[in-house]
Design a protein around this ligand. Structure first.
Ligand SMILES: Cc1cc2nc3c(=O)[nH]c(=O)nc-3n(C[C@H](O)[C@H](O)[C@H](O)COP(=O)(O)O)c2cc1C
Length: 532
C-alpha cells in the first residue's frame, strides 16, 4: 500500500519539463455542480448570523480566553456560518459564482460537511444526521436515530460531531491527477476553519481519528452507487465546550451498527453530465483510507501562547472578508514583528488553535522566501515547527546554509536564515511561474517530513500531511486579513526544483503546499454581491 502512495506522489509532481497529467483544456459542459443537494430531503434553515460580534482574532486563538456558548440553534448556525458558509457572490460578463469562508483550489469546493447531533433546542428533538448546504445556509435532514445510540456515541452532555468528506471529481475535472492533493489541502483548510469557528464560540474540537474509513462511511450515510462522483468520507470531528477533555473509547465503537440500517432521506444530485477518469486518484484514495484503529503518537506541547500579540480585529470580520489575492503589488513592505506574528500563529506550541485537533507531532516546516520585510534581509529562511526535526533538517539540507537566527526573532521561534539573496524570481519560477509568489512580502513552501511518518504510521497518514498544510494556510489567510494585507494558497508548484533549493535529494522531506502573502491588487472588473 505504501508503494501506491509513493507512486501517486511521484506521478502527480509538476516539474519544469512537464505538468502532472491533467485535462489541458476545460470541458465546460461537464463542469461539476459546486453544490451537493439531497433531493427530496427536508431543509432546515439556519440563522444568518452576525459577522462582527464576538471575540477578536487574538482572543479566539488564545487558549481558554472565550467562554463556552450554550449549544442551541443560534450557536450551531454561527458554527456553520463561520466555517463552511458562502461569503460572497462574484460576477463577470454574465457569469456568476459563489465564494466561501473556506477557500478551495480553483474555487471548486470538493469538501462537504455533515452535522451529527443529539436533541438541540430550536433545531431537533431527535438525534439526527444532517448535510450542511452552504448554498442556502441550511441543514438537509438525512436521518434520525435513537437516543440510545446517541448516548453511546456522545462524549459529554454538550457534544456534537461534524463530518467532512470530499468529492474528488470536482477537483479532478480541472486539475486531473494532482487533484487528490488539492482535495486534501482543502480538507485541511476546512478543518482549521471549523476549529477557528469553534474557538469563537468557546468550543474545542477533537479529531475522531481512531474511526476507520468504513465507520465514517456508515455514520455519514455515504456508501454511494455512482463511482464517478464518489464522495469519500475523510473525518469526524467531535466538538465540545472548551475545558472538557474528551474521554474516547478506542475499542470497537458499539454505536455504528445502527447507522447502517437508518432510513436515509434524499438522493444525492448528479454533479456532471459526463466524467473523465484520472488514473491514480481512486487508487491513492483507497490506499490511504484507514482500515484499522491505530493512532499516531500523541504529542505533548509546550505553551508559548504568550507570544500571540493582542489585536482588536473581530474574528468573524476576518473570517467573512477573507479572500485570495489574485495579484500582488510588488511594493508593500511589512514590519518585521508583523512577519513574526504570521509565523507565531503557525506554530502549535505558540498557537495551539487550530492545530490542537491534530494529535500527532507537527510534521510540516516552512521554507520561506523573504522579499519585502523591514529590517530583514531578502533570502531563504526556514521556520522549524517541531524542534525534534531540527538536527535532521540540518543534516538533510544543503551544507552551505548559515542557520542564523534573524534579529528580533523571539527566542521560542525556531526561525533561521539559510541563505541571503534576492529570491523573488526564483520563488515565482518554482510556483509554476506565478508572479504572486515573487511580488508579495514573502512566500513559502511547506516542507513536510515524508518517508518516515508514512512508514511509521501507514498510508492513511498521507492525506493528513496535507491537512496539516491546509490548516497552516488557513491561519495565514486570516492573519493576512488582520494585518491589512492578503494571501493566496498555491497548489501549483514545481516539486523537485523546490527540493533542489533546499538541497533535499531524497524523499525524507517533500514540499506539499505553497503560500504567498503581500499587498494585493484587486480585480476591479468583478462585481461583488452579498452571500445570501
Ligand atoms: C489548496 C489551494 C491551492 C490553490 N492554488 C492556487 C494557485 O496555484 N494559484 C492561485 O492563484 N490561487 C490558488 N489558490 C487560491 C484559489 O484559487 C482561491 O482560494 C479560490 O479561487 C477561492 O477564492 P477565495 O480564496 O477568495 O475564497 C489555491 C487555493 C487553495 C485552497
Amino acid at each position: 500500500m505504501i508503494n501506491k502512495i509513493f507512486h501517486y506522489h511521484r506521478s502527480s509532481k509538476h516539474n519544469q519539463h512537464a505538468f502532472a497529467p491533467g485535462p489541458g483544456q476545460l470541458d465546460w459542459a461537464s463542469q461539476p455542480d459546486p453544490f451537493r443537494r439531497y433531493e427530496g430531503a427536508e431543509v432546515f434553515p439556519l440563522i444568518k448570523a452576525a459577522q462582527t460580534e464576538g471575540p477578536t482574532f487574538s482572543e479566539a486563538l488564545t487558549p481558554n480566553k472565550v467562554s463556552a456558548c450554550p449549544l442551541n440553534l443560534e450557536s450551531v448556525s454561527q458554527l456553520f456560518f463561520d466555517c463552511l458558509a458562502l461569503s460572497a457572490w462574484k460576477s463577470f460578463q454574465g457569469s456568476k459564482w459563489a465564494l466561501r469562508v473556506n477557500p478551495s483550489s480553483g474555487n471548486l469546493h470538493p469538501t462537504e460537511g455533515y452535522l451529527i447531533c443529539g436533541p438541540i433546542q430550536g433545531l431537533t428533538d431527535e438525534p439526527s444526521v444532517f448535510h450542511y448546504s452552504p448554498e442556502t445556509h441550511g441543514l438537509e435532514i438525512r436521518a434520525h436515530f435513537s437516543m440510545e445510540t446517541w448516548e453511546k456515541m456522545r462524549l459529554s452532555e454538550d457534544t456534537l460531531f461534524v463530518g467532512l468528506s470530499s468529492i474528488h471529481w470536482r477537483e479532478a475535472w480541472k486539475y486531473g491527477q494532482r487533484a487528490y492533493r488539492y482535495c486534501q489541502h482543502d480538507l485541511g483548510h476546512a478543518l482549521a476553519a471549523l476549529n477557528i469557528s469553534c474557538a469563537g464560540l468557546g468550543w474545542r474540537t477533537h479529531l475522531m481519528d481512531h474511526l476507520t474509513h468504513s465507520d465514517l462511511e456508515t455514520i455519514l450515510g455515504l456508501p454511494f452507487k455512482d463511482e464517478s462522483e464518489i464522495e469519500v468520507p475523510d473525518c469526524l470531528v467531535a466538538v465540545l465546550p472548551s475545558g472538557n477533555e474528551p474521554n474516547i473509547n478506542l475499542n470497537e465503537p458499539d454505536y455504528i451498527q445502527e447507522f447502517s440500517s437508518l432510513d436515509w432521506q434524499g438522493t444525492p444530485n448528479i454533479l456532471s453530465r459526463s466524467h473523465m477518469d484520472w488514473s491514480g486518484i481512486d487508487e491513492v484514495s483507497k490506499a490511504a483510507s484507514k482500515s484499522d484503529r491505530s493512532l499516531p503518537n500523541v504529542c505533548k506541547r509546550e505553551d508559548h501562547s504568550n507570544l500571540i500579540e493582542d489585536d482588536t480585529f473581530p474574528l468573524r470580520k476576518a473570517i467573512h472578508q477573507r479572500r485570495s489575492a489574485v495579484a500582488m503589488d510588488g511594493k508593500t513592505q511589512i514590519a518585521r514583528d508583523t512577519f513574526y506574528q504570521f509565523l507565531i500563529k503557525t506554530v502549535p506550541n505558540a498557537c495551539p488553535l487550530p492545530f490542537q485537533t491534530f494529535p500527532w507531532e507537527p510534521q510540516v516546516h516552512l521554507g520561506l522566501f523573504v522579499h519585502r520585510i523591514d529590517d530583514l534581509p531578502r533570502g531563504v529562511y526556514i521556520l522549524v515547527r517541531n524542534k525534534n526535526h531540527l538536527e535532521d533538517l540540518k543534516s538533510t539540507f544543503s551544507k552551505h546554509f548559515k542557520w542564523e537566527k534573524p534579529e528580533g526573532c523571539p527566542y521560542e521561534l525556531d526561525l533561521f536564515l539559510l541563505e541571503e539573496y534576492d529570491c523573488r524570481r526564483m520563488a515565482a519560477g518554482v510556483s509554476c511561474g506565478q508572479e504572486i509568489a515573487g511580488a508579495g512580502c514573502f512566500s513559502l513552501g511547506m516542507i513536510s517530513a515524508f518517508e518516515e511518518p508514512l512508514k511509521n504510521y501507514g498510508p492513511w497518514f498521507y492525506p493528513r500531511l496535507y491537512w496539516e498544510c491546509g490548516a497552516i494556510g488557513q491561519v495565514l489567510y486570516l492573519q493576512a486579513e488582520v494585518s491589512g494585507i492578503r494571501s493566496t494558497g498555491i497548489g501549483c508548484f514545481l516539486d523537485d526544483p523546490v527540493h533542489h533549493i533546499f538541497g533535499i535529494k531524497d524523499t525524507s522531506y517533500q514540499s506539499l503546499y505553497h503560500f504567498t502573502v503581500g499587498g494585493p491588487v484587486d480585480d476591479n472588473r468583478l462585481t461583488t454581491m452579498p452571500p445570501y
